[in-house]
Design a protein around this ligand. Sequence first.
Ligand code: NAP
Length: 481
Amino acid sequence: MIESPLLTPCMGYVAGKWQAAKSGSTVPVHNPATGEHLADVPDMGKGETLEAIGAAASSLETPLPRADRRRALEAIAAQLIEHREPLARIITQEHGKPLAEARAEVEYSSAFYSHFAGQLDRLGRQELDGRIRGCRWTIHHRPAGVAGLITPWNFPLAMFSKKLSAAVAAGCGVVVRPASLTPLSAIAFWRLAERAGLPPGMLNLVLGRSGPIGEVLCEHPAVRVISFTGSTDTGQILLRQTSPHIKRVAMELGGNAPFIVFDDADLTAAADALVANKFRCGGQTCVCANRVYVHKDVGPRFNEILAERVAALKVGNGLDDGVHVGPLINRFAFDKVAEHVRDALARGADRVVGYDPPRPEHDWGCFYPPTLLGGARPDMLVFQQETFGPVVAVATFESEDEVLRLANDTRYGLAAYVFTRDPARGGRCAERLSFGHVGINTGTGPAPEAPFGGMKQSGFGREGGVEGLLEFCEPQTVVEA
Ligand code: NAP
């Protein structure tokens, strides 16, 4: 069991109180590296969700001044940094990622609270110039209402923090439902957020089965915003559930990122960026490269440089020193990765680095060896679907037009990367790539300061920037004669 004051009590947080499930039932949480039983968390359902929505709605009856929201956001940001180490250990134990990545996740999460604290002046009352139709016109940004936030397991703290920070800045009441595989980071966060001085009932944490909780959030009239991060399939379910109720929806869904290396690129820099981008979180990120296209003239050299780096990656328990890649989250994820590799090899790919690991017996200890596949083609599963694992598959191309057509030939549009020494070509590619985030000579992902989100079936709505804040605001125009 995890011993941490941040996980005492290990419960949900509803209406300003720590709460067990009304049924008394709990769900175990395990360390995916070792199978260690870390904790039992409440298995809540419809009743607790309704109570949480009621509390969040009541908290909105007295609007919280912007100065108080700013103070609370700054306090949360500071608390996260002060408790970086215990939070990082909780993230690594429930998720499996290396401790260095977990520390970076805490810092990244904290930066969202600071960022939105700094954006609050943007919500001030604006008066339009002159008198229009003989009247004075002012624009106000009102809190949209109660926000339901549903998030996945790959960044147990950051995924809800990106949304929660913006919702608090906007003045919304919130109900968060984190992933069932990684609820502990959220519980630890609430221990710290309790100290931020927000009104009781404003922030609620509901833990338990996703179906019933999601249904109540999508259907309840007081919930005015649903902000979801997860797979495109689940996003479609939530869109169907919310559509009769007409609410604001933000969907941060799956990706299938192209990573394009032109013949004039710095190949070493491109390979380093690819390894950092692809193997972070064991390849389980929505922005990680999934389809690598290298110009045919530099393909053999690039694969050589890449192979050296992939072969050097150390796999293991994220708590151990020197580990670069942790376990996959469970056996379902392991089976998907193994199937993608089998399919690629059967269709003619060659395995440059990696081997077939035995199928794990449990949902933990699902370590997959970092793998490099050459000779990838568009019909292979590794190029058609998110592999969500430590497998990098490389194809070659001949022309700019060809590679842009291939890169855009997907239902997804989240992140794309281009490596070239020609700035004009970089700009041209960015303009023609239908992806919400484009890296040119960098594999870096989103930052709090900039809007991030998808095109096409990677979703809609943005996190970060000022756009992420406006997702939770209702602009209101007041006209005074
Ligand atoms: P998922 O299966 O869609 O789950 C995401 C969240 O939705 C989890 O909390 C899950 O609960 C919950 N959920 C599942 N079915 C639900 C339902 N019927 N009603 C309400 N909630 C439901 O996705 P995942 O496998 O956890 O996460 C990986 C996916 O997320 C990938 O596709 C990845 O690309 C995407 N992602 C996107 C972004 C982005 O910013 N665009 C960022 C990170 C990840 P349980 O935990 O109980 O299953």
